[in-house]
Design a protein. Sequence first.
Length: 259
Amino acid sequence: MRRLMNKLVSRSLSVAGKWQQQQLRRLNIHEYQGADLMNKYGINVPKGVAVSSIDEVKEAVKSAFPNENEELINLIVLQLVVKSQILAGGRGLGTFQNGFKGGVHIVKADQVEDIAGKMLGQILVTKQTGPQGKVVSKLIIACSKGGTSIEDLAEKYPDMIIKVPVDVFKGITDEDAAMAVDGLAPKVADRNDSIEQVKKLYKLFCERDCTLLEINPLAETSGNQLVAADAKLNFDDNAAFRQKEIFALRDPSQEDPRE
């Protein structure tokens, strides 16, 4: 009898262990896909275009400045950011296997094609990819500035990390959102709009079964708006049955089949 009980307990623990491992699995989508999703929720995101070839780069630049002629566009300095799209962090500090340094560059409009040519189709190695790196199949051409590792910031300056507890039964309140805004951007000009932005982020997180929604950096524009200049979104794999639109965005080329 004891032997039978031991087998049952062992089997139960084994099943629980597998279930717990499944719970840890999550879908990770690209930055440009996350920006599209946040835009649908009314969250402020940078104006940008995803490109996968050099032929699309010129059109992306024109899209960023639709009311400007080509001569004026080429005179604009430090207005565009070229961001590699891989499912890993640390892109800005990464190095391509072809020797080109950095997966994020802020450049003049007339430099975009040259920079994009050194990134598209190349393998980018960051501290999160491992030495094998990941292939850059898409870039974002956008008007914004980038951030660096939030993990490094948390380690060096823990007091800068603002934590606001939220009652999951009540949902986020104006007071909760205000605490987040006042902690992150105490001098923001349009405080009420910023509070609404935080509430929209929470709504997206809950409705789309996110396991992570990380904004880095959060920027204030000259128009007094808070903008999610970069975002990382992960989703609970167990919610795939009700988030079919989200899970259709999965990029198998960026995944390790052993994981």
